[in-house]
Ligand binder design. Structure first.
Ligand code: IPM
Ligand code: MG
Length: 363
């Protein structure tokens, strides 16, 4: 079926504009090949928005995003020690734009796959006896609750400063993300590892009991509970044990960086942030890498794979998504690498050339 797809793009900061340009290049090839129409509208977010509007996200930009079928994002933020954006109040900094759009669009489910690519095993920092087992996990991170959005306060009493962050979850928030986790496990290897800190935190004890309730609806899925500190350890000790890791916002933030690092190829990892409908925001798992911005050396593959996730999850275009993922595998087999994943005997290419090589491999 031919589709008209309205996509809001957020090029953002740092390498964002370069990698989004390559993702559009690929989407255009897909559109031509499969007969779809892609309509792009760009909005500003993060530092790019601060420079123009003085705020990291405007209401107008949110309205444009809401009117689209999906959002494709590059990356936002700059160097936190040198960029003037970080002299602003916390609620006016680039990251506040990202948190605001997640909340505004109700993107409570953040999917972060971490896969060890056969061709890139050499880049995996784990010992060979561990990497040999391979791994393919997906972190299902709650994205609009917990410490990130609980009440914050800064106090000063009798000359002593203190600060409060509130970690709060209600059972509805836990249930809806748990359902997403179990649903996706059903399409994978049917195992959920729910990660919490139930030996210390009340919110984790509620998390665990709600996850147990949801699990009853999924008799085919194996559920295990794991404490977050142990999970951090298991990720480097035996990553092959994980299929779906289900966890709250802050733990998911930390564990997903760890998981992506052990793949050795953070420039390859995509992510999706979804709400209750088919709508989603798709972005690479990596950041804005301001140090290499504008040099045409960034790896566009994570963004291109995020566009593939968009086709799959928001538009049900599985063949088209497969075509992109196959092109990525093929380009790696053919020995092309950007500098972040370069190894001996391969051909080093820049951001634009990688996009072109991938476009040639779409069929
Ligand atoms: C991420 C990032 C964000 C987060 C920052 C930029 C606010 O680290 O998407 O993981 O903490 O969620
Ligand atoms: Mg993070």
């Amino acid at each position: 079926m031919k589709m008209d797809l309205k996509i809001t793009c957020i090029p953002g900061d740092g390498i964002g504009p370069e990698i989004v340009a390559e993702a559009k290049k690929i989407l255009d090839v897909i559109a031509k090949r499969y007969g779809h129409n892609m309509h792009y509208t760009d909005i500003l977010m993060g530092g790019a928005s601060i420079d123009v509007h003085g705020v990291p996200l405007t209401e107008e930009a949110v309205a444009v995003a809401k009117s689209a079928d999906a959002v494709l994002m590059g990356s936002i933020g700059g160097d936190t020690t040198t960029s003037p954006w970080y002299k602003l109040a916390p609620n006016l900094r680039p990251e506040a734009g990202l948190l605001a759009i997640r909340k505004e669009l109700n993107l409570f489910a953040n999917l972060r796959p971490a896969v060890l690519y056969d061709e890139l095993v050499g880049a995996c920092p784990l010992k060979e006896e561990i990497s040999a087992a391979g791994f393919d996990m997906l972190i299902m991170r709650e994205l609009t609750g917990g410490l990130y959005f609980g009440e914050k306060k800064i106090l000063e009493e009798n000359g002593v400063r203190s600060a409060v962050d509130t970690l709060i979850y209600d059972e509805h928030e836990i249930r809806r993300i748990a359902i997403k986790g179990f649903d996706i496990a059903m399409k994978r290897r049917k195992k959920v590892t729910s990660v919490d800190k139930a030996n210390v935190l009340a919110s984790s004890r509620l998390w665990r009991s709600v996850v147990n309730e949801v699990a009853k609806e999924y008799p085919e899925v194996t559920l295990e509970h794991m404490l977050v500190d142990n999970c951090a350890m298991q990720l480097v000790k035996d990553p092959a044990q994980f299929d779906v890791i289900l966890t709250e916002n802050m733990f998911g933030d930390i564990l997903s960086d760890e998981a992506s690092m052990v793949t050795g190829s953070i420039g390859m990892l995509a992510s999706a942030s979804l709400n209750d409908t088919k709508f989603g925001l798709y972005e690479p798992s990596h950041g804005s890498a301001p140090d290499i911005a504008g040099k045409d050396i960034a790896n566009p593959i994570a963004t291109i794979l995020s566009a593939a996730m968009m086709l799959r999850y928001s538009f049900d275009l599985d063949c088209e998504a497969d075509a992109i993922e196959n092109a990525v595998r093929q380009v790696l087999k053919d020995g092309y690498r950007t500098t972040d994943i370069m190894s001996d005997g391969c051909k080093q290419v820049g951001c634009r050339e990688m996009g072109t090589l991938l476009a040639e491999r779409i069929n």
